[in-house]
Design a protein around this ligand. Structure first.
Ligand code: ATP
Length: 751
């Protein structure tokens, strides 16, 4: 073989390679062939590949070529760097175009008829006839002005040309005359065109310089305009397609929630009625413009006719809306505005990423006392980090969540805060008994831990005791003539019998799931009846009940008990029905604890009801609660015990069952009169009531008179008014001391 190919397909690679190698001249048979075999013509024809096989081999070679080229092109074209460069190029080319569009639009809006059309439209919409007439007149005047300007523009070039021609002709004539004079005076005919030529040269030089400057100026101005338009387009362009955005731009574009973004997001939620209304030319009306509130953006939108805010509350829509706003679904909270018509949609969107920030440490963890009458308890922060505080007086509470979401921690936080008020009495039942509440042992009046029958029964008794205490307080209140709320002064008075009591029952489902007659929902079941009575009446006499449960269903949290809670809190729950059991109506108005992330959002609470820091117009607030670990809670209770000691209080001291120290009215009367020689009976009664309302609040003039008469110190009349004599009271005291001290039986009054 002399052409370099191997017949018979022994080395098909070489056949393929032929295509790549440059054409080689046939080898010199004398010098190149080192080995060969002599074959016959017939054998040669047999071994030689057919034309068809050669064609196929060639096609295969081309196919491989194409594959390689396509692969290379695709790799280069889809490479991140190429995409970045192309996008950057496209973006930067689009900016000046977008900027020019904006400048044009701005010019048209401020100069053209569009502005008048808009104003006329507004006037028409608001049916303001006067404004309509005025804007119509102004529009007509503006049109005339524009027409006149246009005519001026058309006329002016002709006028300019005419003026220039006249000027040029006059100057030329002048110069010619000057040339003739020069030629005559110098007797040289060639001088006639001298002045004209000199002026033409001068003009040519000026034109040359002006052209050079003009080129520089035009180039500079064009660059400047392009840069300006590029900048404008980059800063404000909204038509740039999203695929052109850099990752930073994409994140930034979702950072600020504005009207255009909201309109786009709402429009793409697949709500047919809205899509139809927008196509008909109706518009979204922003009743409250987007504004920062509670760690996110709050906005109120009136939807067009035929749409309802409730269309957006469906979880699937919420998810779509959240995606359109660049948020997770637990960061977007649409709700039906409770105080407005069905078309008004309230929307709260968390700032991106704020849900992941932990709450700061609890402000009362290491310092400070608490006063239930004066203070509100810090319980957490909004998503933006603003403090949320909760008034604790005269409110019952319910907390619901599945296991391990921070239910106990949240309820315990409230109990820890209350423990820092030395007048508060705590009664606690932890029906899991895992030690989460053990630190309260020295501080609590009652601490029940465990989930056996003994503990559920003890919890039931605890609630029933509170019902008895409630009744006692009502009677004492009536006897003391107290109307309305119990004052702070009275409540904090040692031994007043009206100090605040808080009962906490953790894992309360264990109590209600207990066998009848303790648990269950039958009419005579003890636990729910006691809890219901407390819910109905106890808060007026400063007795409160907080319950936490993993299962807020009808069996393990009877309806009658569930409804009595004034403050409702839900951490993560599995679904909307469960959320509704805990949060009631708020769950239908946009509160969605079911969208919190289990575990990751432990401690994040959706609060509703009598919560002081719920923003205006909203039905709920989301809070990251402060976390005090079990270990740290011991430290807080140590501090609570010190505070108790500083105030001279002991646990159970305020328990009305311990009995009140007996008052000695004779001593008290001497005390209130003080150094005065006499005092009017009305004033003595008033001061006695101030001194100890429980004992003297019910005293009337007859009681005082009868009491003093027994000690021969009866009030007497002087200046037309009844008075008590200080001398007589002191004499009675001295007399009594001589005859054997204060006579409890006779004089002491049971407080
Ligand atoms: N406010 C919070 N911030 C951060 N993490 C928290 C917060 N509250 C609770 N957690 C975390 O959640 C865990 C579970 O808390 P907790 O025991 O209070 O849940 P629970 O709902 O009462 O659970 P269970 O019903 O099983 O007792 C805690 O150990 C803690 O890690």
């Amino acid at each position: 073989m002399t052409d370099g190919t191997t017949p018979g397909g022994d080395r098909p690679e070489e056949l393929a390679n032929v295509h790549y190698l440059p054409h080689r001249p046939p080898a010199d048979p004398a010098g190149q062939v080192l080995d060969a075999e002599l074959i016959s013509e017939e054998e040669y024809q047999q071994r030689r590949p057919s034309q068809k096989a050669l064609a196929l081999q060639r096609i295969e070679a081309y196919r491989r070529d194409v594959t390689v080229v396509v692969h290379v092109v695709r790799t280069v074209a889809t490479h991140q760097r190429t995409l970045r460069v192309v996008k950057a190029l496209a973006r930067n080319v689009s900016y000046p175009v977008a900027g020019a569009g904006m400048v044009l639009r701005h010019w048209r809006d401020t100069h053209g008829s569009a502005r008048y059309e808009r104003l006329l439209n507004d006037a028409e919409q608001s049916r303001d006839q006067e404004a309509l007439r005025e804007w119509e007149a102004r529009a007509v005047a503006e049109k005339q002005r524009r027409h006149q300007r246009m005519m001026d523009w058309i006329d002016s070039p002709a006028r300019v040309v005419k003026a220039l021609a006249t000027a040029a002709f006059s100057v030329a004539a002048l110069l010619l005359a000057l040339g003739v004079i020069l030629a005559i005076s110098r007797e040289d005919i060639s001088q006639v065109t001298g002045p004209i030529t000199a002026v033409i040269d001068a003009v040519a030089f000026v034109v040359w310089v002006a052209t050079a400057y003009g080129i520089v100026l035009v180039t500079g101005a064009t660059t400047g305009v392009l840069v300006y338009l590029w900048h404008k387009g980059r800063r404000h362009s909204t038509w740039e397609p999203e695929w052109l955005h850099t990752p930073e731009q994409r994140a930034e574009s979702f950072a600020v929630i504005d009207e255009s973004m909201l309109t786009r997001a709402l429009t793409h939620c697949k709500v047919t009625s809205l899509t139809k209304a927008l196509k008909e030319g109706q518009q979204l009306e922003f009743v409250v413009l987007p504004r920062q509130q509670g760690g996110g953006t709050y906005v109120q939108v009136r939807l067009p006719f035929g749409c309802a805010a409730s269309d957006f509350l469906d979880p699937k829509r919420v998810e779509l809306l959240a995606g359109n706003l660049g948020r997770h679904k637990h960061e977007v909270y649409p709700q039906r505005q409770p105080k407005a018509d069905a078309r008004v949609l309230d929307l709260w969107v968390a700032d991106a990423g704020t849900m992941d920030k932990p709450a700061p440490p609890w402000p009362l963890q290491f310092n400070g006392e608490f006063d239930v009458f004066r203070d509100r308890l810090p319980i957490g922060v909004t998503m933006r980090g603003e403090q949320i505080e909760q008034g604790m007086l005269n409110r019952h509470g319910l907390i619901g969540a599945v296991s391990k979401q921070g239910k106990t921690a949240f309820m315990r936080l409230k109990a820890l805060g209350l423990a820092l008020d030395p007048t508060v009495e705590l009664r606690i039942a932890d029906l899991k008994g895992d030690g989460d509440w053990s630190m309260f042992e020295p501080r609590a009046h009652t601490l029940i831990e465990g989930s056996a029958v003994e503990q559920t029964e003890a919890t039931c008794v605890m609630l029933e005791d509170l019902v008895e205490e409630m009744q006692r307080r009502y009677e004492a209140k009536r006897a003391a003539g107290i109307r309305g709320n119990i004052t702070r002064e009275l409540s904090r008075q040692p031994g007043s019998g009206f100090h605040p009591i808080y009962a906490f029952v953790d894992e309360v489902q264990v109590l209600y799931a207990e066998q009848h007659p303790i648990g269950g929902t039958k009419a005579d079941a003890r636990a729910w009846r006691a809890a219901k009575r407390l819910h109905d009446q106890a808060r007026a006499v400063n007795i409160h009940l907080y319950q936490a449960t993993q299962r807020p269903d009808d069996r393990t949290l009877p309806v009658a008990v569930r409804e009595g809670a004034h403050v409702r809190a839900s951490l993560y729950v599995p679904n909307h029905p469960t959320a509704k059991l805990v949060l009631a109506d708020a769950a239908d108005m946009g509160a969605r604890p079911q969208d919190l992330r289990p575990g990751r959002d432990a401690g994040t609470v959706v609060l509703t009801g009598e919560v002081d820091d719920i923003p205006d117009g909203m039905a709920f607030v989301i809070s990251k609660s402060h976390y005090v670990s079990t270990q740290d809670a011991y430290g807080v209770i140590d501090r609570a015990m010190q505070i108790l000691e500083q105030h001279g209080r002991t646990i159970g001291h305020d328990d009305a069952d311990d009995g009140e120290p007996q008052r000695d009215p004779l001593t008290d009367i001497a005390t209130v009169i003080g150094d005065l020689p006499k005092m009017r009976t009305q004033e003595v009664l008033q001061r006695l009531t101030e001194l100890h309302r429980i004992t003297y609040g019910g005293w009337e003039l007859g009681d005082l008179k009868q009491y003093l008469t027994e000690y021969h110190a009866a009030p007497y009349k002087t200046d037309g008014k009844m008075h008590v004599s200080a001398d007589l009271v002191h004499t009675a005291l001295a007399e009594r001391d001589r005859s054997g001290g204060a006579d409890g039986e006779q004089a002491g009054v049971d407080a």
